[in-house]
Design a protein around this ligand. Structure first.
Ligand SMILES: Nc1ncnc2c1ncn2[C@@H]1O[C@H](COP(=O)(O)OP(=O)(O)O)[C@@H](O)[C@H]1O
Ligand SMILES: [Mg+2]
Ligand SMILES: [Zn+2]
Length: 511
């Protein structure tokens, strides 16, 4: 007999429907063939389905069983289909009468004793189900929270094969897993850290607000303990809040990688990722035989922090260039290629010299000038080319550290970035870019108009401080953002003079 069960899988971060067809032929030699899975996964899946059925009080047919997973041209990850295969076998061998089987999409890995194990990618899968008009999704209970953000789909969590059978045969009443997406979004949209916790550092806070307002990439240079990490960790808190749509997009990536916290349906805060400098290229940008998203995609809509920048492998850093430009990354393999979103703000930090104290007010630097030169030049030029703001971070004084005055809170700083983003949205509404940082040279010419005095200042600064042409366009973009924060159409002298301050490496670090 023949049975058909609907299932879902993911490709990149999008779901696609899979038809699980089971054919059980009579009176032939016992054998099981699975078509449409990578070879290594077939045997494991078959054995697990067999054991799970036997241990749940059913039989795996001693006949010729053909299992076809369509479309066959996609190499699928196997375990997702074990529950639908088991259900299909029960239907095809008439061990069960399942009415309305076609109303369900079923996913789940099986353990030998018949428990249903979690799978990756249930959010994109659930989105696909809804898009295809499927009403009910039967899935591992651990994955129910992420699927439940999709409205208009009945999410039916199961712990065991037996429970799945009970629901399908209508002998037990299913318990739909329900959440209110808006409520969940609210609940998870608060950050655990705040800029108010940082004493002093008003200059750095201001610069980081400018960076967040125009989505400018930043590098922080300062001695150990100056508070670089502490500052950077708080950048997501001053970026405009995620929209529900952006939150879903980011959550999809975590769902596909199986990185969502249990019970947490949505990632509603901007991600902050800080991979160690020993990370591989594949780990950073993505890779593997079944292409997997990397840190840049986990940072999507948030911040990617590269601490100790000179310690990173140069080649690894240079592959960041393309995603920094396009906002996504394509991982190509012989058979297929996958594109993952990767639009993030890049924030880097480094010490000014090998010992760390070149710019420190108190501690003595023991490096030679050659060592200091060499240290900065280790940082990849092409990457520095993508960084608009170079910010020196001095250590705060003891007096500031112990003072009781609270600094600006993230909420107050965020108001400025929200305002500036609204102006940018309006400016770029007919363009492919959204933020000042992504302006092309043509757009810089059009939108970064300086008044006479501002022009004069920039001209002088270029000559006196030895700022390159590359630095020039960065100053213009950053000055545009500063003017936007003050709702000024024209870029004035104070906007340019502030933007010039954010080129500390071009100017030479202050000892
Ligand atoms: N401005 C500050 N306000 C409050 N605490 C600070 C400040 N700067 C540094 N600290 C304290 O010093 C510690 C080290 O800061 P950290 O951010 O790790 O420095 P860095 O990354 O520059 O080496 C922080 O955990 C924090 O406790
Ligand atoms: Mg640090
Ligand atoms: Zn030093």
């Amino acid at each position: 007999m023949l049975a058909n069960v609907k299932s879902v899988s993911v490709y990149g971060i999008e779901g696609y429907l899979v038809e699980v067809e089971i054919y059980v032929a009579k009176g032939e030699m016992p054998s099981t063939i699975i078509v449409g899975l990578p070879d290594t996964a077939v045997k494991e899946s078959r054995d697990r389905v067999k054991a799970a059925l036997n241990n749940s009080g059913y039989q795996f047919p001693g006949k010729n069983v053909i299992i076809n997973l369509a479309p066959a041209d996609r190499k699928k990850e196997g375990p997702v289909f074990e529950l639908p295969i088991a259900v299909g076998i029960l239907a095809a061998t008439s061990q069960l009468e399942i009415p309305d089987l076609s109303e369900y999409a079923i996913v789940g890995e099986l353990s030998l004793d018949g428990k249903v194990r979690s799978v990756k990618g249930c959010l994109p899968m659930a989105l696909k189900c809804r898009e295809q008009g499927i009403k009910k999704m039967l899935l591992p209970s651990e994955n129910a929270p992420e699927a439940a953000v999709v409205e208009g789909l009945d999410v039916l969590p199961v712990e065991t094969l037996e429970q799945a059978v009970g629901i399908l045969t209508k002998s037990i009443l299913p318990e739909k897993y329900r959440i209110e997406p808006d409520e969940v979004f609210q609940k998870y949209s608060e950050y655990e850290v705040d800029f108010a916790e940082i004493k002093g550092q008003e200059h750095a806070k201001r610069a980081l607000t400018v960076a967040a307002a125009g989505n400018h990439n930043v590098i922080l240079i300062g001695p150990p303990g100056a508070g670089k990490t502490m500052l950077v960790q708080r950048i997501p808190t001053i970026m405009p809040r995620l929209s529900l749509e952006e939150a879903l997009e980011t959550t999809k990536i975590y769902s596909v990688l199986g990185l969502l916290d249990a019970k947490k349906s949505l990632i509603a805060t901007r991600p902050f990722r800080a991979p160690h400098h020993t990370i591989s290229t594949a780990g950073l940008i993505g890779g593997g035989s079944i292409p997997r998203a990397g840190e840049i995609s986990l940072s999507h809509n948030g911040v990617l922090f590269l601490d100790e920048l000179p310690e990173f492998d140069r080649k690894t850093l240079e592959v960041l260039r393309q995603p920094l430009e396009t906002g996504n990354v394509t991982i190509s393999r012989a058979m297929n290629s996958v594109t993952y979103p990767a639009r993030f703000m890049l924030v880097c930090a480094m010490n000014p010299c090998p010992c760390g104290y070149y710019t420190d007010r108190i501690k003595e630097c023991r490096c030679t000038s050659y060592q200091i030169q060499n240290y900065s030049s280790k940082v990849s030029g092409p990457l520095m080319d993508r960084i608009d703001i170079q910010l020196e971070i001095p250590a705060v004084s003891y007096k500031e550290l112990v003072s009781d005055t609270e600094g600006y809170s993230s909420e107050v700083l965020r108001e400025k970035t929200v305002l500036a983003r609204e102006i940018q949205n309006e400016r770029f509404k007919d363009q492919t870019i959204e933020v000042n940082a992504h302006m092309t040279s043509k757009q810089i010419k059009e939108y970064c108009v300086l008044d006479r005095q501002a022009e004069l200042l920039l001209y002088q600064a270029m000559a006196e401080l030895g700022i390159s042409a590359r630095g020039h366009s960065k100053i213009l973009k950053v000055a545009r953002t500063i003017a936007d924060m003050e709702e000024s159409g024209c870029i004035k002298v104070e906007h340019v003079s502030e933007a010039i301050q954010y080129r500390s490496m071009d100017r030479g670090l202050q000892k």
